[in-house]
Design a protein around this ligand. Structure first.
Ligand code: THU
Length: 127
């Protein structure tokens, strides 16, 4: 499947504007491309009970799965910050449930890195 990773990252960037992040100030957006060409987006949603916060990646993935999607091609993540961070460990585990070789691009205002879920989470837990 041919697709434009920059366009996917642009969707993630737009979605970061919707983040609810009054506690950390990190506005994160994600865009997940499904095998059928559809795209699901997500932003981080924080809570005053901090541990209930949801990451942008899991919001996009859960939206997609709850709409019947099971096969994914690429995930773009954007953080509206100079600081770049890769997806957290919890999100890596959740992503790896659905894809062994998902392409992942993560970016900040200053930097973009391309990777795959197997590179980011070798030896993922599987039942
Ligand atoms: N966050 C994400 O959205 N994705 C990640 O992979 C790591 C962290 C969010 C959660 C929280 O709202 C903020 O970034 C700081 O941890």
């Amino acid at each position: 499947m041919t697709y434009n990773l920059n366009a996917l990252l642009e969707r993630a960037k737009e979605t970061a504007e919707k983040a609810y992040a009054p506690y950390s100030g990190y506005r994160v957006g994600s865009a997940l491309l499904c095998k059928d060409g559809s795209i699901f987006t997500g932003c981080n949603i924080e809570n005053s009970s901090y541990s209930l916060t949801l990451c942008a990646e899991r919001v996009a993935l859960f939206k997609a799965v709850s709409e019947g999607q099971r096969e994914f091609v690429a995930l773009a993540i954007y953080v509206d910050s100079d600081k770049l961070f890769p997806p957290c460990g919890a999100c890596r585990q959740v992503i790896s449930e659905f894809a062994d070789d998902l392409r992942i691009v993560y970016a900040s205002r200053l930097e973009t890195i391309e990777s795959t879920i197997s590179e980011l989470l070798p030896g993922a837990f599987r039942l």
